[in-house]
Design a protein around this ligand. Structure first.
Ligand code: WTA
Length: 657
């Protein structure tokens, strides 16, 4: 990005704003601005509106219990089952033949599961898992790409009350093993392989490699995705998904009544230290919140065809491909593949073909579409669209405008939704049927939420100034703790800004932000050691530890640098061990090490081998400076460094990359 552009973009952001079209407002699930006051005046009772969107087998007694804050408990005394809510109740409502999942495979094949079909297969697979020994509260790991068996396995686990832990299919064998060990997970559901840009990729070998590092015995179920294309022989502890489901076809499995606060799933995410954090989400609060935000923000109605183009391996897919849309009984599209295969119009083709009403994607994808040009969307009829959404990273006003004009035809509101793995669902966004949109700004906090921008001491900063984003009130979709690590939960999210003696708890998401006079919040990005690459959340410490594991590396510092398409890109600065020779192929081995340790998504944009890193006099690496070098920013005063001369040298190397 050129030096002038940020200023120009800021002007754009302040200049333009858009009202949702009247036709949208009239039909919107939520269109009365009074909702903000209603939630405020009746807090926390307002959250009954979310809980009312799901069916409870046992009504809850209390909306919120805060006596043990910040270990909040929501809808206590209530019981429910997530799989019942996503399946059975729609079938009971006479909607058995409505499409629940429309799956679009990479090779152009499609599968449609009606609510009836989905319930049958979920029950057959739940019966299979039960047969293998899965019991309530056993953590089942799911390591799969975007195939229908992934949501089926999630719902089968939910039916049995066994929390799932989905590991993104693009993560490495090491990442799988770390997560299975951390969760003591004795069951794995995976697949033989999948297609990427038309090629068959072997996934089972990667899973097996990970299993070799799991410290306990594991029963594995393998989905046959590739058929004859990739023949695998299964070990004794490995079972074929198709055979299991066929053997249990037609069996019914009662949905287990789960306490509202029982764990629905675990999701590992990156944080400040090298060890991923096991974010724990519950059945009652999470499901209510996913359903409520799908209803209020995504405006989902049962008769809609809705498409979130994320991967289920991330939280966005959990909340807004699986649980939210299915709880509301809509048709959710799921696709396997990449947006430019077989052609760069793949997404627009699928929108036209499926008459998609609502489309939700990430800014990084929009920036790629912009670069490819308008001819691709123009060659398709996108008039079925009613609402657009984005998530995962800040959207620059130019990309917002492009999305609005070229995909929405100037007639679809856009919701720019800020949230996190930890929040379970959307937190800061406009409601599409209420109020204006300002490109580049996510909007106000949702009704019932209270977000403030503060300085390092916790005082509110004035509108327009950058500060730290904080959330002052709890909400039903919030994480309850980090798996088996309450201390880390307190330290990571609550210690920074809470007044513990006054029992006043403030959640700190580790994002920077600013707010304008109207209360619209613009997210400025992470302020911790997490970098957001193409909307994927990566920990610099995790990448560093993969790099220092490579032979010949003495020290490594990883930072994010601005990247036109990806938002941020990974820059690795590496000090080799003494005796290093250029011919050692160190850069290539480092890239390989990162791919093996984490996965190709963490692949460095540049590996800079240098004899020294810029350090302060007290010996701390100047990460800020390394970020500025990576971003091509002007470098400030370096005279306080112990070794200022190294800066020029490193900067010159980065420029040559
Ligand atoms: C970033 C993804 C700006 C933010 C749902 C957050 C965003 C991190 C937005 C969480 C947005 C997410 N605007 N930044 N609309 N949405 N982020 O846990 O830095 O994978 O902290 O959850 O993504 O990433 P995570």
């Amino acid at each position: 990005m050129s030096q002038e552009e940020p200023a120009l973009e800021a002007r754009l952001a302040e200049g333009e704003s858009y009202e949702p079209p009247q036709s949208f407002v009239e039909q919107a699930n939520v269109n009365d601005p009074a909702i903000y006051d209603e939630f405020e005046e009746n807090w926390p009772g307002c959250w009954e509106r979310a809980a009312d969107l799901v069916s409870w087998s046992q009504e809850y007694d209390t909306v919120l219990e805060a006596d043990d804050a910040p270990f909040y408990r929501w809808f206590t005394g209530g019981e429910l089952n997530a799989s019942y809510n996503c399946l059975d109740r729609h079938v009971e409502d006479g909607r058995k033949n409505q499409a629940a999942i429309k799956w679009e495979g990479e090779l152009g094949e499609t599968r449609t599961y009606t609510y009836g079909d989905l319930l049958n297969e979920v029950e057959a697979f739940a019966a299979s898992l039960r047969d293998l020994g899965v019991e309530e509260d056993d953590v089942v790991t799911l390591y799969m790409p975007m195939i229908p068996e992934l949501p089926i396995a999630m719902l089968a686990c939910a039916r049995l009350g066994a929390p799932h832990s989905v590991v993104f299919g693009g993560f490495s064998a090491d990442a799988l093993a770390t997560r299975m060990n951390a969760a003591d997970s004795e069951y794995l559901v995976t697949c033989d392989g999948y297609y990427r840009r038309g090629d068959a990729l072997d996934h089972l070998s990667k899973a097996n490699e990970g299993l070799a590092d799991v410290e306990h015995a594991v029963d594995t179920v393998v989905v046959d995705r590739l058929g004859a294309e990739l023949a695998h022989s299964l070990a004794d502890s490995q079972h074929d998904y198709g055979e299991l489901v066929a053997a249990h076809e037609g069996e019914s499995v009662e949905p287990v009544a789960r306490d509202a606060e029982d764990m629905l799933f675990l999701m590992y995410t990156s944080g400040t230290t090298g060890q991923p954090k096991g974010v724990k989400h519950t059945t009652g609060g999470y499901l209510s919140y996913a359903a409520w935000t799908s209803h209020a923000v995504l405006d989902i109605k049962p008769e809609d065809t809705y498409w979130c183009a994320a991967d289920i391996g991330w939280i966005t897919g959990h909340s807004y491909i699986v649980y939210g849309p299915l709880a509301l009984g809509t048709t959710t599209v799921m696709y396997e593949g990449t947006p430019d295969y077989p052609e760069k119009d793949r997404l627009w083709e699928l929108i036209e073909k499926n008459r998609v009403d609502i489309f939700y994607t990430a800014p990084t994808a929009i920036r790629a579409f912009m670069k490819w040009g308008t001819e691709y969307p123009e060659s398709h009829d996108l008039s079925s669209l009613r609402l657009l959404g984005t998530v995962g990273e800040p959207i620059n006003p130019r990309a917002w405008q492009w999305y609005y004009d070229n995909i929405g035809g100037g007639e679809c509101p856009i919701v720019d939704t800020w949230w996190q793995t930890e929040t379970g669902g959307m937190m800061i966004t406009t409601l599409p049927g209420i109020g204006e949109m300002k490109p580049g700004s996510a909007g106000p906090p949702l009704p019932g939420l209270d977000a403030r921008i503060v300085d390092a001491a916790g005082n509110d900063v004035d509108p327009g100034n950058a500060g730290y984003l904080t959330v002052q009130k709890p909400w039903p979709g919030m994480l309850r703790t980090l798996y088996k690590n309450d201390d880390r939960f307190l330290n990571e999210y609550w210690r920074e800004y809470s007044d513990e003696d006054a029992d006043d708890w403030v959640y700190f998401p580790e994002d920077g932000a600013k707010v304008d006079e109207d209360g619209y919040i613009t997210i400025l990005g992470r302020v911790d050691d997490v970098i957001n690459v193409s909307g994927h959340r990566l920990g610099t410490m995790e990448i560093e530890s993969a790099i220092v594991g490579v032979e010949g590396v003495a020290e490594a510092a990883v930072v994010g640098g601005d990247h036109e398409m990806k938002g941020k890109a990974v820059y690795a600065y590496v000090i080799p061990e003494d005796g290093y020779e250029d011919s050692d192929n160190l850069e290539a081995r480092i890239v390989e090490g990162v791919e093996e340790g984490i996965g190709p998504i963490a692949r460095p944009e540049a590996v800079v081998v240098t004899p020294e890193l810029p350090k302060t006099r007290s010996g701390k690496i100047m990460r800020r400076l390394l970020e500025d070098i990576a971003s091509g920013n002007e470098l400030g005063n370096t005279s306080t460094l112990r070794n200022p001369e190294i800066v020029e040298e490193i900067a010159a190397q980065v420029e040559n990359e």
